[in-house]
Design a protein around this ligand. Structure first.
Ligand code: 5AD
Ligand code: SF4
Length: 436
């Protein structure tokens, strides 16, 4: 029997995909290994969102190749977005690779591996219009037993001009409601307490008559003991119906990830984001008036094609106005095949990108700290996830607002919802004490 090992890069969606691949291979007689040393098959599930992500994987493949020298029978594969995006170019650059498989062909991995076993190199990057792997229950080996991801849709139809995802993951398709409910039922029975519903754009989930608010409604009603989170959302699809649903259920997290990308209308237009800053701010206002305790987080790209100092200042102004509790911030990285790579020059120099990125990171840190200070004295229900990395007499968890809280306590509380009063904070963490 052959043993496989998977290493996962990139987004949460890839974590689920690796769990699905694990199920498919186990079902077909392969054995799972959590160590690369014993594996006959080494798979890297990869990300193409920025060049840096690809560079890391390429370096890792070169490093892994040393194992092949001592055992030439080892097979090495790249699966996921890099396989889809780079295809044979990747094989030319990294000839030690034995297989490339895109995100929609994981069901074929057993056949692909049999071919590879006959010493053929295989590239399969077919995209599908309907593959959702809905019938495959993911195998969660790497889990804390408390939080799980459940994929509800795949692909993206938005074609933001900078983004490679519509090319690597194909068109949007939603998974059937019944299979989602079945998976959540199984997780609930296993004692999971928090489920994050995943998709490139969960707000546009639509399966026959069920849209995303309705799906949330069904799940929140049927599983009152589970806290539901979701990611990620496009501002244009954030509806009143969704806001009302979040407001209605205490077991839907009061935190919303609403990627803005830029504070400048001119840049948003070039990015093909399909909203203006005024429209975006209107959504933020609706969210906050319906759900006063909601936290909002975002993604920001700086140094996109043609971004002027004034555009950058508008991003800074927007951040000051919205006051995100958290932000993922990136330098623009030109991606092959995208509209931006064909139409717009990557013309903000590296030094300027770095300076702008540092400016927004510094600002965000100040804003996070200010907001965290306002939490001092408040008491939150917190789901205990584990022991603090810095101090083993402390445990940590997150509140409904998705803020991490560290507090003195015993790990036997793992998986419980406990009341914690915030007594102090840093820009990244709340510090608390248990309350009864
Ligand atoms: N360069 C930099 N950041 C990007 N993102 C997507 N594509 C790129 C790119 N080409 C960021 C966006 C998106 C997040 C997942 O990654 O902010 O919301
Ligand atoms: Fe990429 Fe835009 Fe789709 Fe997000 S919504 S995956 S940024 S194309």
């Amino acid at each position: 029997m052959k043993t496989f090992y998977i290493e996962t890069y990139g987004c949460q969606m890839n974590i689920v995909d690796s769990e699905i691949v694990t199920s498919i291979l186990l079902r077909n007689g392969y054995l799972y290994s959590d160590s690369i040393q014993n594996a006959d098959i080494i798979l890297l599930n990869t990300c193409s969102i920025r060049e840096h992500a690809e560079d890391r994987v390429k370096a890792r493949i070169r490093q892994i190749n040393s194992l092949k020298k001592s055992n030439p029978n080892i097979k090495i594969g790249i699966i996921g977005c890099m396989a889809e995006s780079l295809k044979e170019k990747l094989l030319n650059e990294l000839p030690m690779l034995d297989l490339l498989a895109g995100p929609d062909v994981y069901r074929n991995l057993p056949e692909i591996l049999s071919e590879v076993d006959r010493d053929n190199k295989i590239i399969n990057t077919m995209l599908s219009e309907d593959e959702t792997y809905s019938d495959i229950l993911p195998t969660r080996y790497d889990t804390n037993g408390i939080s799980a991801y459940v994929s509800i849709m795949r692909g993206c139809n938005n074609f933001c001009s900078y983004c490679v995802v519509p090319y690597t993951r194909g068109r949007e398709r939603s998974r059937n409601v019944e299979s989602i409910v079945d998976e959540v039922t199984s997780l609930a029975q296993q004692g999971f307490k928090e489920i994050t519903l995943l998709g490139q754009n969960v707000n546009s989930y639509n399966y026959i008559e069920t849209n995303f608010p309705l799906l949330l409604n069904i799940l929140a009603e049927q599983f009152p003991q589970i806290l539901f989170r979701f990611a990620t959302s496009h501002p244009k699809d954030l509806s009143i119906e969704l806001i009302e649903t979040i407001a209605k259920y205490q077991n839907i997290a009061k935190s919303f990830h609403l990627p803005v990308q830029s504070g400048s209308d001119a840049i948003l237009k070039k990015m093909n984001r399909k909203y203006t800053i005024d429209e975006y701010l209107e959504k933020v206002k609706l969210l906050r008036s319906a759900i006063p305790d909601i936290t909002i987080s975002t993604d920001i790209i700086c140094g996109f094609s043609g971004e002027t100092e004034d555009d950058h200042k508008q991003t800074i102004e927007l951040m000051k106005e919205v006051k995100y509790f958290f932000a993922f911030m990136f330098k623009y990285s030109e991606r092959p095949n995208t509209v931006a790579s064909r139409k717009y020059a990557d013309n903000v120099d590296e030094q300027t990108k770095t300076r702008r990125l540092n400016e927004i990171i510094d600002l965000q840190q100040k804003i996070s700290y200010e907001l965290n200070k306002q939490d001092i004295g408040k008491t939150y229900k917190v789901l205990v996830e584990g022991t603090s990395k810095k101090n083993n007499k402390e445990i940590f968890g997150r509140n409904s607002q998705n803020k991490v809280i560290v507090f003195p306590g015993d790990i036997s509380m793992k998986g419980e919802f406990v009341n914690v009063e915030v007594v102090d904070c840093t820009s990244a963490t709340l510090i608390g004490r248990l309350k009864n």
